[in-house]
Design a protein around this ligand. Structure first.
Ligand code: VGL
Ligand code: ZN
Length: 198
């Protein structure tokens, strides 16, 4: 029963000063680095968008960041431009122990589809390949930390639980964007899916 720590999107753009700053996003970094020493397997995810990504409000005339739009795959929040491939904002927080990672999984690289989850893009069907990676390594238990609790951590945790993994989210090592009740909705959804909120 191998365990993995999955560190979601601890990148400059999600930390104070970044393009899509999550309040206190940087405060979780020392705790995550300490937690890495307790896990045999550490995986990082990295939000990794091409310029002009369809989730950016700047691609939708008349729309502002945090407004909604309708995509072919359903409703989508429009974000400020963030985590553009190769940019400083897309880099991991400088204090994150990146060298400890066995795998860095990039997501959101498909211009037409956003990807909050580490397992499936926002059409909810296109896989990222992470499920196969975990299964072929015999990993059954996942602990998740990172940014943001209500989006990428939430979607990743719910998908993992639905796929049959035993999932714990360490909320003390996550921070939320939290607009329009998104954190409370995420917590309810994760609990409903069988995720342990610690
Ligand atoms: C995220 C919004 C857009 C996240 C990524 O990491 O939670 N949120 N892209
Ligand atoms: Zn993104």
């Amino acid at each position: 029963m191998t365990q993995a720590l999955i560190v979601i999107d601890v990148q400059n753009d999600f930390c104070p000063g970044g393009a899509l700053a999550v309040p206190e996003g940087d405060l979780i970094v020392p705790g995550i680095t300490a937690l890495m020493t307790e896990f045999p397997v550490v995986i990082l995810t990295q939000d990794w968008h091409p310029a002009g990504h369809s989730s950016f409000a700047s691609e939708h005339p008349g729309k502002a960041p945090m407004e909604m739009t309708e995509m072919p795959y359903g409703p989508q929040v429009l974000w400020p431009d963030h985590c553009i491939q190769g940019s400083i904002g897309a880099q991991f927080h400088p204090d994150l122990t990146v060298n400890r990672a066995d795998l860095i999984l990039r997501k959101g690289f498909n211009r037409a589809i956003d990807s909050y989850s580490a397992f499936f893009e926002n059409d909810r069907t296109t896989p990222t390949g992470l499920e196969g990676y975990l299964r072929t390594r015999g990993i059954t238990r996942l602990t998740m930390v990172g940014l943001a609790t209500d989006f990428c951590v939430n979607y990743s945790a719910v998908d993992a639980a639905k796929l049959g993994f035993d999932v714990t989210v360490r909320q003390d090592l996550c921070r939320a964007i939290d607009f329009g009740g998104s954190l409370a909705a995420a917590q309810a959804g994760m609990t409903q899916a069988g995720v342990t909120l610690a």
